[in-house]
Design a protein around this ligand. Structure first.
Ligand code: HEM
Length: 478
């Protein structure tokens, strides 16, 4: 129960449990905020037999996330299970999110390079998004004047964009396969909770193998993998001997063919890593982006002034008869500030994904031993009153200078920072802009009198359940 030498102070730890009960009972968000108030920007805590550091001071967070020694991942047994389904035996971990060292570097480097070549973060992706946007606009037109539950409204479009980049095709909105894919991805993400002891500690899983959370996560993971495997097979058959590098799977298979036998090891590209990476693109890129849009509707429908200001800016810059495109982004400071404010208040991934020290290092004058779990408190920089004038109010002005230019303060890190910074940041930024700006340009949202129901979140902050009236702006066209 004694803190390792050189560790920062922190809350009293109970024998055996450490701070686990407190964190589980109060929720990580509430418990950690209390610890930060009591012990400051860097503190230590213990969950069963594992020591962790919670870093909340923005400057220390940046230094920590930029340190290669703090860029490992903790052992997430959920991914172990995925790997054993893919490989059907035990060997080195697969993929990007849950790996460290050379496996992580090689898979992340290849994926980032390929996604950039495919147009991630650039206007070449716009046609793919426009296709999805058309479907969304159609849906909104059909539901105009009605009470609409926002919920999973955006998931089909977001999943379809990822799928188009991954395999080069999209599903029609009526296709049952898309419906099933969205359902599988959504359920998997909702059960993915690295803070749950059963998904974190092997001994908990051994003691309670029949826990529903374990059963559900494994089940959704297996279903999604089966889907990915069968689609890769169909892709390979259709492609035959032709070379195709126009999608992620094609580029990956092409690179795989170029590998010489002496270059192959556990860290190099392989079919197993490919399946794991695709699953992670869904895991990392679907619920995050669609929930950001869901939060956007919530904050804008509840803040009519911000909604109007955004629409007026678009009318002025884009024109009422045109559609906002990526090329307008630089000229729409209020719209961009609104998106940042949605991300701030949405606080989507409050503690990033837990990191681990892969070797001894130091931070803020404290010593950190190998194997320490590192929690970076992104939420603190987004929501704390120390950094924002009206920290609990939705104010796009938080991101605007006095002369109306958009800026991002250093403590605003919704995508993380440094070595492990979100791999899909540029795609997510484009998607949120394209979908939100175009929908707001054509429609207004007004929150209904129905109750707003808040739900418990896991790794991702889940927006509340609520409904809106969709009002077309076409009638007041010039
Ligand atoms: C608004 C949407 C998104 C938000 C707020 C977000 C946020 C984050 C955050 C906070 C992390 C953890 C960083 C860390 O551990 O230090 C992360 C990691 C990651 N994200 Fe995102 N993300 C978003 C969208 C996406 C998209 C669209 C993709 C891909 C299609 C994606 C793929 C990933 C991957 C693969 C990782 C793991 C990176 C690694 O371990 O090296 N994310 N994201």
């Amino acid at each position: 129960n004694i803190r390792p030498a050189g560790f920062p102070p922190g809350p009293f730890c109970l024998p055996f449990f450490g701070n686990a009960l407190h964190i589980i009972l109060l929720s990580p968000k509430v418990a950690f905020e209390k610890y930060v108030n009591d012990y400051g920007g860097i503190l230590s805590y213990r969950v069963f037999n594992t020591w962790g550091l919670l870093v909340s001071d923005p400057a220390l967070m940046k230094a920590g996330m930029a340190d290669p020694a703090l860029s490992g991942r903790i052992d997430l047994i959920l991914f172990d299970h995925r790997d054993s389904i893919i490989r059907r035996n035990k060997s080195a971990p697969l993929g990007i999110i849950s790996t460290s060292g050379d496996v992580w570097k090689n898979q992340r480097r290849f994926t980032l390079r390929t996604l950039r070549d495919l147009g991630f973060g650039r206007s070449t992706l716009e046609p793919i998004m426009q296709e999805e946007l058309e479907e969304l606009l159609k849906l909104f037109r059909e539901r105009e004047g009605e009470k609409v539950e926002v919920g999973l409204l955006f998931n089909r479009s977001i999943v379809n964009v990822i799928w188009a980049i991954t395999i080069g095709k999209r599903y029609s909105y009526d296709d049952k396969k898309l419906e099933k894919l969205v359902e599988k991805v959504s359920k998997m993400v909702q059960t993915f909770n690295p803070f749950h002891p059963a998904l974190r500690f092997r001994w908990v899983k051994k003691l309670f193998p029949n826990l529903t959370v374990i059963h559900n996560t494994h089940h959704y993971m297996a279903e999604l993998l089966a889907f990915i495997e069968s689609e890769i097979e169909v892709y390979k058959q259709q492609k035959g001997d032709q070379e195709d590098t126009s999608c992620y799977i094609g580029a990956y298979l092409h690179e795989l063919e170029q590998l010489k036998p002496d270059e192959e090891d556990d860290t190099s590209l392989s079919m197993d890593h490919l399946k794991a990476n695709i699953l992670e693109l869904f895991l990392g890129g679907s619920e995050t982006t669609s929930s950001t849009l869901w939060w956007a509707v919530y904050w804008l429908a509840s803040n009519q002034n911000a909604q109007r200001a955004m629409q007026e800016e678009m009318d002025r810059v884009v024109g009422r008869c045109n559609t906002p495109t990526i090329s307008h982004m630089d000229r729409l400071p209020y719209t961009m500030a609104t998106i940042y404010e949605v991300q701030r208040m949405g606080d989507l991934v409050p503690f990033a994904i837990p990191h681990m020290a892969t070797e001894a290092t130091s931070l803020g004058g404290y010593r950190i031993s190998e194997g320490t779990q590192m929690m970076f408190n992104l939420s603190h920089g987004l929501l704390n009153s120390r950094y924002w004038k009206d920290h609990d109010k939705f104010r796009p002005e938080h991101f605007l200078t006095e002369d109306g230019k958009v800026f991002k303060p250093d403590h605003f890190m919704p995508f993380g920072f440094g070595k492990r910074v979100c791999l899909g940041e540029s795609l997510a930024r484009l998607e949120v802009f394209v979908f939100l700006a175009s929908l707001m340009h054509r429609f207004s949202w007004r929150i209904t009198e129905d109750p707003v129901v808040w739900e418990t979140s896991t790794v991702i902050s889940r927006p509340p359940k609520f409904s809106v009236y969709i009002v077309s702006r076409d009638q007041d066209m010039d």
